[in-house]
Structure formats: structure tokens, C-alpha cells
Design a protein. Structure first.
Length: 84
């Protein structure tokens, strides 16, 4: 958060996260999510509007992290998560 002092009051402005930062936060919870579910969470929790292709590209950029992906049962959709 950035901080501004206005008339002896401290005003905190939320710093907007990048898609990559928000993706790390969402996927670090350990639950497998599809690209569509990730997209929805980014919109609802971080007010970030990003397409599935963009989210997939950010996923590929996550180097040095323990990434897991698999095909969801009874579906052709891939799902993703980060594990510590």
C-alpha cells in the first residue's frame, strides 16, 4: 500500500496488483482451479480483467515455483495450483 499524509491524517491507497501477483496469491491456496475459475477469482477479488490466454501465459512465466497441473476428472479442462 502507498501512504499519503493529508492534514495530519494517514490515507492508505491500495496498490493495484499485477495479474501475475494476483495469480500467485489465488493459486497459492493449494486448490486446483481451471483457467475460467481463476479468471473469475481475479475479477471478483482483485478487479482484474484478464483473458484465459493471458492467465495461461502468466502461469508459464512462474519460474522457480512448484507448479502442478492436471486434467479435471470427467472433463477436458486443465486445472492448476501452486504448492509450497
Amino acid at each position: 500500500m502507498s501512504v499519503q499524509t493529508v492534514s495530519n491524517c494517514v490515507v492508505r491507497k491500495p496498490v493495484k496488483m499485477t495479474v501475475k501477483q494476483a495469480l500467485i496469491q489465488v493459486l497459492s491456496e493449494g486448490k486446483f482451479l481451471t483457467l475460467n475459475e481463476i479468471q473469475h477469482r481475479l475479477q471478483m477479488e482483485f478487479n482484474l480483467f484478464s483473458g484465459e490466454a493471458s492467465i495461461s501465459a502468466r502461469w508459464r512465466e512462474l519460474e522457480g515455483m512448484h507448479k502442478q497441473s492436471r486434467v479435471r476428472a470427467k472433463s477436458n479442462a486443465w486445472e492448476y495450483r501452486l504448492v509450497r
